[in-house]
Design a protein around this ligand. Structure first.
Ligand SMILES: NC(=O)c1ccc[n+]([C@@H]2O[C@H](COP(=O)([O-])OP(=O)(O)OC[C@H]3O[C@@H](n4cnc5c(N)ncnc54)[C@H](O)[C@@H]3O)[C@@H](O)[C@H]2O)c1
Ligand SMILES: CC(C)[C@H](C(=O)O)[C@@H](O)C(=O)O
Ligand SMILES: [Mg+2]
Length: 366
């Protein structure tokens, strides 16, 4: 299959984790006889520096001509004092909005070989397999913020019935393919937009009698995510709550460097990016964990290209390398010598290749 992938490395550790994921995708292409064309574009702080804007028209055009987008991360101290329009993060919000990527799918799954790296008890963590379905193109992120005076600022939180309904349906559809449970997270005891959210969830659930539904307020949901994370299956929530809960959920697995995400719309086009940011504190030092970006690439193969076997090959290779005891600095406990980003990525790429050899040996015996 021929696929054109827009690659947007961005800032900080973005280029490091992206180059790792691209290496693995190159092995996948070779092994499964696909042709992947990687076309590189600029976003975030790098684009502000080169083009004066965090999302240049050239980047939009390149993504429009591609089958999917793979993104690293944006942002960093260099641009933190920029005005709103030339902040790197603005580029990320703009690309999500431009392509109508309203559903941000953030799976959180315990990795058996590294359960001990979670700060939570292994017993709590071992069965965790949940997905946060985060609304991505509405809410506070896209209100009309304004700095009223020197001493006052305002952000508005708007949600329409249509925006809520489509994300809630995505969550119910996903739950049907999983364990059949949806937890809707809101702040309906305070916010009007949350009361509308809850109303729409109640309407949508009528069409899904097979799905178990619960409502949780975001503050107690944040607590339950840590005290009993295995109780969750699909969590559906608005933009800001989803952002916060997904970073919190990364603690369950042991590192933010493990969580992938897909930002999608209904026609299969998607932007795939790790949940983490540009990690300026570790950038350029070989300390970044590229697993989240590799697993995002796996989501791209499965969700945008329908390449199930190829996606599984990446996921299995990541698991195997952890089982062999190799990890990057974020997951190395005391007494464990971590591999650099590049070394760890090379092990995963090698493993994807080795799988192909063992598979063909298996075939020759069948
Ligand atoms: N999607 C994105 O592009 C995205 C997401 C979050 C934050 N950001 C931006 O990133 C910048 C830094 O934000 P932050 O520090 O709050 O969040 P962050 O996610 O970049 O980092 C938080 C902590 O996790 C660590 N970390 C994150 N990813 C890691 C990885 N792959 N491997 C090893 N360690 C990792 C970092 O070293 C840091 O200690 C800000 O400019 C922020 O706006 C961008
Ligand atoms: C960088 C920022 C705009 C972004 C968000 O809040 O959506 C990030 O935190 C994320 O989780 O993708
Ligand atoms: Mg975030």
């Amino acid at each position: 299959m021929e696929k054109r992938i827009a690659v947007l490395p961005g800032d900080g550790i973005g280029p490091e984790v992206i180059s790792s994921a691209v290496k693995v995708l190159e092995v996948i292409a070779r092994r499964f006889h696909h042709s992947f064309e990687f076309v590189y574009g600029s976003i975030g702080g790098a684009a502000v520096d080169a083009y004066g804007t965090p999302l240049p028209d050239e980047t939009i055009a390149l993504c429009e001509k591609s089958d999917a987008v793979l993104l690293g991360a944006v942002g960093g101290p260099k641009w933190d004092q920029n005005p709103a329009d030339t902040r790197p993060e603005k580029g990320l919000l703009a690309i999500r909005k431009h392509f109508g990527l309203f559903a941000n799918i953030r799976p959180v799954k315990a990795v058996p070989a590294i359960l001990h790296r979670s700060p939570l008890k292994e017993d709590l963590v071992k069965d965790v397999d949940l997905v946060i379905v985060r609304e991505l193109t509405g809410g506070l992120y896209f209100g009309e913020p304004s700095r009223k005076t020197h001493d006052a600022a305002v952000d508005t939180l708007v949600y329409t019935r249509v925006e809520i309904e489509r994300i809630v349906r995505s969550a119910f559809d996903l739950a049907r393919m999983r364990r059949g449970k949806v937890t809707s997270v809101d702040k309906a005891n305070v916010l009007q937009s949350s009361r509308l959210w809850r109303e729409v969830v109640e309407e949508v659930r009528a069409g899904y009698p097979d799905i178990e539904v619960e409502h949780q307020l975001v503050d107690s949901a944040a607590m339950k995510l840590i005290t009993n994370p295995a109780a969750f299956d699909v969590i559906v929530t608005e933009n800001m709550f989803g952002d916060i809960l997904s970073d919190e959920a990364s603690v369950i697995t042991g590192s933010l460097g493990l969580l992938p995400s897909a930002s999608v719309r209904t026609d299969g086009f998607g932007l795939y990016e790790p949940v983490h940011g540009s990690a300026p504190d570790v950038a350029g030092k070989g300390l970044a964990n590229p697993a989240a970006t590799m697993l995002s690439a796996a989501m791209m193969l499965r969700q945008s290209f329908g390449m199930e076997e190829e996606a599984t090959a990446i996921e299995q290779a990541v698991q195997t390398i952890y089982e062999e005891g190799h990890c990057t600095a974020d997951l190395a406990g005391s007494g464990v010598r971590p591999l650099s980003t590049e070394q760890w990525a090379a092990r995963v790429a090698e493993e994807v290749d080795i799988q192909s050899v063992s598979n063909s040996i298996m075939c020759s015996y069948v």
